[in-house]
Design a binder for this molecule. Sequence first.
Ligand SMILES: Cc1cc2nc3c(=O)[nH]c(=O)nc-3n(C[C@H](O)[C@H](O)[C@H](O)COP(=O)(O)OP(=O)(O)OC[C@H]3O[C@@H](n4cnc5c(N)ncnc54)[C@H](O)[C@@H]3O)c2cc1C
Length: 374
Amino acid sequence: MPLLTDDQKMLQETAESFLAEEGGPAKQLRHWRDTGCTDGYGTDLWKQFGELGLTGICIPEDQGGLGLGAVEAALVLEEIGRNLTSSPFLTTAVVGARAIEGTAHAERWYPGILSGDAVLALAVDESSRHAPEKTAMTAERRGNGFVLNGAKQFVVHGNSADAVLTVARTAGSPGETQGLTLFAVPKGIANVESVTLADSSKAARLRFDNAELDADAVVGEVDGGWAPLSRALGAGRAGVAAELVGVAAGATAMTVDYLKQRKQFGKLIGEFQALQHRAAHLYGEIEIARAAALKAAELMDSGDDKADLMVAVAKAKAAAVSKLAVQEGVQMHGGIGMTDEHDIGLYMKREAVLGELFGDVYFHRNRVAELSGY
Ligand SMILES: Cc1cc2nc3c(=O)[nH]c(=O)nc-3n(C[C@H](O)[C@H](O)[C@H](O)COP(=O)(O)OP(=O)(O)OC[C@H]3O[C@@H](n4cnc5c(N)ncnc54)[C@H](O)[C@@H]3O)c2cc1C
């Protein structure tokens, strides 16, 4: 696990106290769920992210950002996971910012991201399984632009995003990475159906029926969309791994607290060695997952050619550990863990969605095998 610099520790402390104070379930997740918020997150909180400079973590300094990297994003995302904070930080400040980096769209969208006004989403999945190279949606050249046909689903925040980064095929066939193009699709172009996911976050199903788009919507090069898409997915997968570590750590902290409070059979249940062993096992697994997530982020930041492999290791490990942590959490809480009143179940729901996002555990294990030459 990389040792954090003083600046990184300061950022971690800022994110830790800010999100523990403002980002917890009572103020955010439950509040927006129970008031039926169509965005699924608070825009005021998103602006606070901006005021603290957190929205600019992945934005270069000469464009007004902090010019930091995946490690710093991971530190914030772990705290977001720990507090189950509903926010577009991952989709916008990490995935979106990375996708448009170095393109004309950076100038258009970075100011709004920095101030916490703009929200971006990434539309990649077309079926229930994550498979970016199998993109079948088409974008045909017509006049000075493109005509889009096809559909996307599980577009997290796609219902409220100011622009949806959408990958479509301008050449080649499904299965090929060549011939894909990434478009920044502004609001009003796609037919949007809002969907509530298991963790109460909002996503969208998008349908494009002969939807017309100007040529300047292209992000990067026509037929060269795999490059910005890979950049965005790499950042997103490393980011979700860190958020999953936070989910696992938050659920386990809540469970250990409960083991120290709940009395049964005349003593605290945490005094039983069988439960202590399960808690100790979780502690070890979470440390391994955190080390993997930070290592993946560090390799991405240094441009190491093993970065993709480590990102897949991290996403697979963090998803598996997080699943174990939330299952153990609900089980050790007993009956109360099954009620909506208790927060432990919310960790299970968040894990269910983050575990799928940008490739589930099977997708990433397969990727580890392929990248290792099996
Ligand atoms: C970000 C995100 C959030 C999501 N949130 C929700 C949610 O809130 N609620 C919800 O219901 N769903 C959600 N999903 C979808 C969910 O994860 C499943 O993908 C979906 O429910 C399964 O759909 P399906 O019936 O088409 O099954 P399939 O994906 O077709 O799978 C059916 C079964 O076959 C197995 N299988 C399929 N293909 C393979 C293969 N190639 N190799 C091995 N086994 C295979 C699967 O493991 C599964 O057991 C989410 C997905 C994403 C990406």
